[in-house]
Design a protein. Structure first.
Lengths: 366, 290
């Protein structure tokens, strides 16, 4: 049983600079697949390295399995890490690489061999590769050896630092599924760092979104998508990204492209403008033939199509709304998208509109 | 790289034969220049070797004789008196190189893998010791050697050659150690490798070729050293370069004898240089490129 808990854990690289990780509070349940996601510089890798013991803590504590391990050396934390560049030992064979941690613990050779073979089988790694050097392997095979090195140890916690970033797109998608499936099978608590929000959404039981060293929100992928707590999470999670625009407040709501979107109560006093956010799939293309859902509350926004990105099943329309500004992206059916230059009307249900505070970015309504 | 270059070459070869004649001319000029320079450098060496096989009477004629009956007489003379000198040179070279590696490896480690505080200053200090001309230090060195009764003692040369080669060795070893990826060292730490295992299992396999080339360069420098030997030794600790000088007699012919001695003295260095050339170039240019 190995839950992981960050309590006010902080890391400051140099005095006088902003902390790389700022008072992080995070509970990771036993057996959970937790993804730390954020842009570069968000502190996600530092947070992982603090858990690994590769970075000291400048404040707070980290517990593994209910025990404070803040000052325990890395080798005694019972963790295994998969590095971004795999960090295989170039002079050792695949089998030696995978068995190294066991050798360091004086596990007899015969037992080591059995465990290495088991791990290789689990990862679909051809036994013929076990005697090769890492240099003779393809990128995908190296990635699996790095995974194998972690699995062989049977640690309490797996740490993975962008382990898929060196694979090509197709292999990445394939391996993504394999890792998630394997983790569920082994049931070992896993902390996975990525900057790719698609990876985060598809792999994680829960996802922690970090920015500027601070935890923004932690929840299931669905929660983050449907219920972002602030503008950053709303814009970061989802592909294509949520359309965000600063608009003035008026009587009865906000004005956007000639339409008035009613707002629920809860706008703080003194706020004269807000940021509204609408997911691309919530901007529904309405035409004469297809007037959209017969929904009385739907508001209509008009604009010109400036770009169409066809994705096959659907198409992304970049539409410049009639009030100018940056174009918004709408998801439309892929078979018969409007052509660039065409004027279109987009329907939006006010219930689908997110509203954020213009300065703090905090969600205030919607 | 080796796998891809042959097809690449095959693909470009027909294209190159069709290029404008200007490129061909430029290339042949470069080839000629390279040969001229190469021969100019190699000819004196060849002349030395050829002269070593001449009888003394044929060695110093003008114009030089190209036909002569080769003889090993000069080599016999050389080998006759050279024994103790070779022994001294070998001792000074081998022991100073071992000393350099024993001291240089931990120093390089402390300047690269786990840098100490102010490692830049340390690095600069080591190289700064090479800035002072050795002539400026020979007076004090002589006095110290005299007072400690180490004059004409081979262990003095061992010590001094180690000191002489240490800065370069540290710089070279450091650049090799920087090649070890930081992530690999961290992986070893997580896998439970302590300081010793980290060095023996992870760092040494990567550094080993560099260690060899560093040792070879120390061997070459120690083997060829003359200035310290000539000033601090006389007979019992005299090294091979001193034998070369001593084979010049006060009167009479000596060119053939000197050539034979020089040839013998050069052979080990040439062999070592040949072995080392690939890793040497890599070792010296590493860090410069990266």
């Amino acid at each position: 049983m190995a839950p992981v808990t960050y309590s006010q854990a902080s890391r400051v690289y140099a005095k006088g600079t902003l902390p790389a990780v700022d008072a992080l509070d995070l509970d990771i349940r036993d057996g959970e697949f937790m993804v730390l996601v954020g842009p570069s510089g968000s502190g996600k890798t530092t947070a992982l390295r603090m858990l690994a013991g590769l970075e000291p803590l400048d404040g707070g504590r980290i517990d593994i399995g209910g025990k404070d391990i803040s000052t325990v050396p890395p080798k005694d934390r019972d963790i295994a890490m998969v590095f971004q560049n795999y960090a295989l030992y170039p002079s050792k064979t695949v089998a030696e690489n995978m068995g190294f941690a066991l050798k360091m613990r004086h596990v007899p050779k015969a037992e080591r061999d059995v465990k290495v073979r088991e791990a290789a089988k689990l990862l679909d790694l051809d036994p013929g590769l076990l005697e090769r050097k890492p240099k003779q392997l393809s990128g995908g095979q190296r990635q699996r050896v790095a995974m194998g090195r972690a699995i062989v140890r049977e640690p309490k916690v797996f740490l993975m630092d962008e382990p898929l970033s060196n694979l090509d797109a197709k292999l990445r998608v394939q391996t993504r599924g394999q890792i998630a499936e394997l983790q569920r099978r082994l049931g070992i608590t896993t902390v996975y760092v990525t900057h790719d929000q698609v990876e985060a959404m598809t792999m994680g039981d829960r996802v922690a979104v970090l920015s500027g060293g601070r935890l923004q929100q932690c929840g299931t992928p669905r929660e983050l998508y449907d219920n972002p707590v602030n503008e950053f999470v709303a814009g970061f999670i989802g592909s294509p990204a949520m359309n965000l625009r600063t608009v003035p407040l008026t009587e009865g709501g906000v004005r956007l492209a000639g339409a008035t979107l009613p707002l629920h109560a809860g706008i703080p006093a003194g706020v004269t403008e807000v940021v509204v956010g609408i997911r691309p799939e919530h901007l529904r293309l309405t035409t004469k033939d297809n007037p959209g859902k017969p929904n009385g509350s739907s508001r209509l926004l008009s604009g010109d199509v400036i770009l169409v990105e066809e994705l096959g099943a659907d198409a992304l329309l970049h539409v410049r709304l009639s009030d100018g500004g940056d174009p918004v992206v709408a998801r439309a059916e892929g078979r018969k998208p409007p052509a660039p230059g065409e004027q279109v009307t987009l329907g939006v249900d006010p219930a689908d509109v997110f509203v954020f505070h213009p300065e703090t970015g905090a969600r205030i309504a919607g | 790289m080796t796998a891809t270059s042959p097809p690449a070459r095959a693909a470009t070869a027909p294209a190159r034969s069709r290029v404008e004649p200007g490129a061909v001319a430029r290339k042949s000029v470069l080839t000629v220049v390279a040969w001229v320079v190469g021969i100019a450098i190699f000819l004196p060496v060849l002349w030395m070797v050829v002269t070593a096989f001449k009888p003394e009477s044929a060695a110093e004629t003008w114009p030089p004789k190209f036909t002569f009956s080769p003889t090993l007489a000069e080599f016999q003379l050389v080998f006759h008196g050279m024994g103790p000198y070779i022994e001294n040179s070998a001792m000074a070279t081998i022991f100073s190189t071992i000393l350099v590696l024993i001291l240089g490896l931990p120093a390089a480690y402390a300047l690269s893998v786990r840098p100490v505080k102010r490692w830049r200053d340390g690095l600069f200090f080591f190289i700064s010791t090479k800035m002072l001309p050795i002539v400026a230090a020979i007076g004090p060195l002589y006095v110290i050697a005299l007072k400690t009764h180490l004059l004409d003692n081979i262990w003095l040369l061992v010590l001094l050659y180690a000191a002489m080669n240490l800065p370069l060795a540290i710089w070279m070893l450091r650049s090799f150690m920087l090649e070890v990826p930081g992530e690999t060292l961290e992986a070893a730490r997580l896998d439970g490798a302590g300081r010793i295992r980290e060095i023996t299992e992870v760092i040494m396999p990567v550094v080993a070729p560099g260690l060899v080339s560093t040792a070879l360069i120390c061997v070459i420098f120690a083997w060829n050293e003359l200035f310290l030997a000539i000033n601090l030794t006389t007979t019992t600790a005299a090294t091979l370069p001193m034998f070369l000088i001593s084979s010049v007699p006060q009167e009479g012919l000596y060119i053939a004898l000197l050539s034979a001695a020089a040839t013998v003295a050069s052979v080990p260095v040439i062999i070592v240089g040949w072995i080392a050339q690939r890793s040497l170039v890599r070792g010296l240019s590493m860090g410069a490129i990266k």
